[in-house]
Design a protein around this ligand. Sequence first.
Ligand SMILES: CC(C)(COP(=O)(O)OP(=O)(O)OC[C@H]1O[C@@H](n2cnc3c(N)ncnc32)[C@H](O)[C@@H]1OP(=O)(O)O)[C@@H](O)C(=O)NCCC(=O)NCCS
Length: 151
Amino acid sequence: MSVTIQGADAADNGLLEWCLERDYASQEQLERATHQGLVLVARERETHVGLLRGSWLHEVVPMLALVWVEGRSRRMGIAAALLDAWCRQLSSAGHPFLLSSSTDGESLSAAWHASCGFERCGEIRDYNEDGSDELLYRLRLSDRSAAGPSA
Ligand SMILES: CC(C)(COP(=O)(O)OP(=O)(O)OC[C@H]1O[C@@H](n2cnc3c(N)ncnc32)[C@H](O)[C@@H]1OP(=O)(O)O)[C@@H](O)C(=O)NCCC(=O)NCCS
C-alpha cells in the first residue's frame, strides 16, 4: 500500500467537506487549523484515508486534537504515520513533547496511544458531559525512534 501524507490544502473545498464529516471541529476551526498547518491528511492514490488535526494548549504546547482513519484502511499504520509526520515537524521546531487525551473507557484510543509511545500523565475528573474523566497522555519527542512512517 502506498500512502502519502501532506498538509491539507486550504483551497481544496472537497477536502474540507471530507474533514468536516469526520472531525468534531466547526468549519471555521478547521479552516483556521488548516491555515496554521495543523491539519495533515493521508491519501491512498486520490482517496483521502486519514486525518490528523493538531492544536495548541495555552498557545504554546502542542496537543493532538483528532486522529481519524477510514474503517477499511485501519490497522495499516496510517494513524501512526500521520503522528510521525507531525512529530517530525514538532521536533524540528524544538518541542520536547506533545500532549493528547481521551475519554476514560475508550479502549481503542488507549491501545493506540500506548502503541505510539504515549504515557499517561494525568486526568481531569468529571470532564465530560456524561461524568467520565478525561485521561491525559504525553509523548516525549526525544524518545521516539528515528524510523520513518510504516504506512
Ligand atoms: C484509532 C485509529 C485512529 C487508529 O488508526 P489506525 O491507522 O488503524 O492505527 P495504526 O494502524 O497506526 O495502529 C497502530 C497501533 O495501534 C494499536 N491499535 C490500533 N487499532 C487498534 C484496535 N482496534 N485495537 C487494538 N489496538 C489497536 C495497535 O497496537 C496498532 O499496531 P498493530 O496494528 O501493529 O497491532 C482508528 O481506529 C480510528 O480512526 N478510530 C476512530 C477514531 C478514534 O477512535 N480516534 C481516537 C484515537 S486517539
